[in-house]
Design a protein around this ligand. Structure first.
Ligand code: 3PY
Length: 253
């Protein structure tokens, strides 16, 4: 299965995504049918783990949408389990140094470029051995996205972006605001300044950026600033908006 999100990024096409927190594949399927280019299944703050990730990927497989997994941490063992299970895109939170970024890339690349173990005659990632050239194509077909969301990470943004194999740098404004001592104040000038520093550092390296929406910016403005994808809302958010509005309407009759 081609990594359509990676192809879109390479072609310079901006992509719209959304988050999946409940690990319910039905919502992944719905988001994919609705036309999102990608879905991030969130294992950092959401409910699911490996089996739900596989179910989510299967649910989206009938559409063009790519599933990205946000892992709970940079644990190389779990990263490897996910790529064997067929994850095409990984989002790693709280990356603070180039060394951490390099370790993530090495964990999921096959030798000689990394330390991924080879069982590709049986894994889901290689279509259970039915894709003969999987080993040769595996490294390049994976999309690796690292999150910059602490003040330390901003200081190291250029070095992180320079790591070979880091495809995209994802700015997390919410955690960055917390790290800056201004929790939740993503529009504060100090936080905006940290984001601007990161944008400048990553663009200097020529790597694409990604983020979530934030106040005062349309999606188009973010794309114009060099973000290749924006991940907006989640099934929890959409459901909350819907039930709150409908309850208010029904109780008003
Ligand atoms: C952040 O804004 O901190 C994120 O990780 C994206 O939700």
């Amino acid at each position: 299965r081609p990594n359509r999100l990676k192809a879109r990024i390479r072609a310079g096409e901006p992509s719209f995504g959304t988050w999946l927190q409940s690990a319910e594949p039905t919502f992944a399927e719905m988001a994919a049918i609705a036309g999102f280019d990608f879905i991030i299944m969130d294992e950092e703050h959401g409910a699911g783990a490996l089996e739900a990730a596989v179910a989510t990927m299967r649910a989206a497989a009938c559409t063009e949408a790519t599933v990205m997994i946000r892992v709970p941490s940079a644990d190389p063992v779990y990263l490897r389990r996910l790529v064997d299970a067929g994850a095409q895109a990984l989002l790693v939170p709280m990356v603070e140094t180039a060394e951490e970024a390099r370790a993530i890339v090495e964990a999921v690349r096959y030798p000689p470029h990394g330390r991924r173990g080879n069982a590709n005659d049986i894994t889901r990632s290689s279509s259970y051995g039915m894709v003969p050239d999987y080993y040769a194509r595996a490294d390049d077909s994976l999309l690796i996205v690292v999150q910059i969301e602490t003040v330390t990470a901003v200081e190291n943004a250029r070095a992180i972006a320079e790591v070979d194999g880091v495809d995209v740098v994802f700015i997390g404004p919410t955690d960055l605001s917390g790290s800056a001592g201004l929790p939740g104040q993503t529009g504060a000038p100090e936080v905006e300044a940290l984001i601007a520093r990161t944008v400048e550092a990553v663009r200097a390296v020529g790597k694409p950026l990604a983020t979530v929406p934030r106040a005062g910016r349309t999606h188009q403005q973010l794309f114009d600033e060099g973000y290749c994808f924006v991940a907006s809302g989640s099934e929890i958010y959409f459901y909350r908006r819907g039930v709150e509005a409908l309850m208010a309407e029904w109780r008003s009759y």
